[in-house]
Design a binder for this molecule. Structure first.
Ligand code: MN
Length: 238
């Protein structure tokens, strides 16, 4: 199996190195990742300027850095390294659950693989005061990859709690949008704003947010077809 690894935290993220060390037990790796952090860039592609790619070996793995977005990295990597089977993205330093997956560069990189006819898996874990304990997560990452590689899931969004107790198949939590705008001022008294997230307390059982709050690894199978079939049927029937 030929794997392309990407992320949105940048080529030097410890999450990418952790993913590479587990993924290398499943197949051959190529790593193509942004040269600087590109979190929350969604599925943006760079269309108004050319992008560069430079060799940057990581822990002995073939790796390249790109001055572009996560999606640029996958588009370029799949084009340059032939016969890629699966795109893995992460491990993101921060969860990607609920409405956040619309903004996530981590998921977008995996989704680009699916758009190109390959399989895509996005992997994320929360960060607290300290970096995630990737050694503790390692067996869970291996278990999830084994499970997904053996399945026919085309696109999966996986989130690891810091200390998992099990794995659950989930759906995306969509009942609450967790983004918020926080105003502040610069040293001259002028307005500035943080676009950030707030904690959502309401938990709907079976969702990605519910699983994470209950210390389960959350696997959400996704599709790239955004069509609302129920509405479409209704409107066509008039
Ligand atoms: Mn990120």
């Amino acid at each position: 199996m030929r794997l392309l690894l990407a992320n949105d935290d940048g080529i030097y993220s410890p999450g990418l190195a952790a993913l590479a060390s587990v993924a290398s037990t499943f197949g051959d790796l190529h790593i193509v990742a942004p040269d600087v952090e590109q979190s929350s860039m969604g599925a943006a592609i760079t269309h108004s300027r050319p992008i560069s790619i430079r060799r940057t070996p990581i822990d002995g793995y073939d790796a390249h850095r790109v001055n572009g977005t996560p999606t640029d990295c996958v588009a370029l990597g799949v084009d340059l390294f032939k016969d890629i089977d699966v795109v893995l993205s992460g491990i993101n330093l921060g969860p990607n659950i609920g409405s956040a997956i619309w903004h996530s560069g981590t998921l977008a990189a995996a989704k680009q693989g699916t758009l190109l006819g390959l399989r895509g898996i996005a992997l994320s874990t929360p960060t607290g005061e300290t970096e995630p304990d990737f050694e503790r997560l390692r067996p869970w990452v291996a278990e999830v990859l084994k499970l997904l590689f053996a399945s026919d899931v085309r696109l999966a969004n996986v989130n690891f709690p810091p200390d998992p107790v099990g794995v659950r198949w989930t759906r995306q939590a969509v009942s609450h949008y967790d983004g918020r705008v926080v105003p502040m001022t610069d040293p001259y008294g002028r307005s500035l704003f943080w676009l950030t997230v707030q904690r959502v307390e309401e938990l709907e059982e079976g969702t990605d947010r519910w699983a994470m709050r209950n210390r389960f690894v959350s696997i959400t199978p996704l599709r790239v077809d955004l069509t609302d079939d129920g509405v479409l049927d209704r409107m066509r029937k008039g």
